[in-house]
Design a binder for this molecule. Sequence first.
Ligand code: C2O
Ligand code: CU
Length: 492
Amino acid sequence: VFTVVALVLGGLFLWLWTGSQVSTVGKESFGNELAIPPLAPSRVENDGTRVFDLRMQAGEKEFREGQRTSTWGFNGDYLGPTLRAERGEKVRVRIHNTLGEASTVHWHGMHLPAAMDGGPHQMVPAGGSWSPRWQVDQPAATLWYHPHPHGATEEHVQRGLAGMFLLDDDTSARLTLPKRYGVDDLPVIVQDVKFDGAQFDRGHRVMQSVGFLGDRTMVNGTLSPYREVTDELIRLRLLNASTARTYDFGFSDDRPFALVGTDGGFLERPASLERVQLSPGERAEIVVRMRVGERTVLRSFSQGSYDKYADAFQRRFGGGDDSFDVLELRAADRLRPSSELPSKLRELEIPDGENAVRARHFDLKRSGINGRKMAMDRVDETVTRGTTETWTVRNNNGMPHNFHVHDVQFRVLEVNGHTPPPELRGPKDTVFLPNGTTMKLAMRFDGPADPDTPYMYHCHLLYHEDQGMMGQFVVVEKGQRAGSPAAGTGTP
Ligand code: C2O
Ligand code: CU
């Protein structure tokens, strides 16, 4: 009897834990044309500053015919426009928060002063405004923006607050890559969702320790999307803007594609792959070849390409072991010829760890990083401006986590002692760490010193972040001490 009870309870436990695994493969109708977020209008002031306006607002969107869902968005009902600026340009974003509560806008992947970062210390009160300004000083990349209020990031992103921020430079201008926005260069913002009647169901499953997991995906706010394409080569800027789910992207017919960029910009050279795995917050730029009149589906497969590094069984506990038909590409009957991809893209600007002055270690646990939960008034790490460090991040917590560092683009030196695979060889600001993974990262802190204003590092599974899997670091001048960040700012 005891054995039977134990088996039943064990089965129930496993079902509750893993029961969110779903598949939409073969079930999508691809009946909706993919929306492309508009490029945000901007104006250039006399001193050359490019100024954007973002309004955080509540709205309603008809994701499904006849069903009006309550949403949040930037300058619209859901998601936000694509901001675009060039390296060297001064930018300013005038943010106006018309929501009924305080929030923030964080520039994920951007190298900028801590006070402009939009983390939990830069709250924009309900009805209030905030106008961060900085000079773009990093290579061309696909970055993004989203709220970061401590304790409520999962909810604010899920309601619809997210958008892309593209950076261009001389290299991106010179390279023969598809670059006509919305034509052969497509933003692909992937989110998982669930509906309860007309409204979003944002609830977590009992025992669902990674946070919210939806039962279907959408791209750029479009359910069951298709896109007609008219060029031979199509560049997809993939962004995993989901709050907890990790995807393993590829094509339904297993065609190879060229990976040309990671979080912080181009790789040294294109890498031919069949899968690229992205955990929440990560980006990949891929180029896929289309043949006249054909259709292919961007799919998320159920087996992670990281299984070679991590225990495949453990990985299942993340809800990553499921599959989705994400976006159908339909090639026109005539395709514009594209130039061949360049064999060399750029010299990387990420440090190789050679002159690292300091090695730090981070142990990821659901209960906190290095045994501590996030505290707004505690500085966890103090780094010296202009130095390189190695950060070794370990996950032995029995569930998946990832790791994001503000302000920097780092190089992955090692994954469990191995040379990293191509998708981890470019500039990165977020990496996936399934259980049993240790990664050694090299990063350089080039921003201005500000001992009183911290940057964040955290798990980008947003429920974990909200629950305190986050820490703070400040950049100081040599010999300077960390100040004291205000405890009062932010709403834990
Ligand atoms: Cu995408 Cu700390 O955030
Ligand atoms: Cu986590």
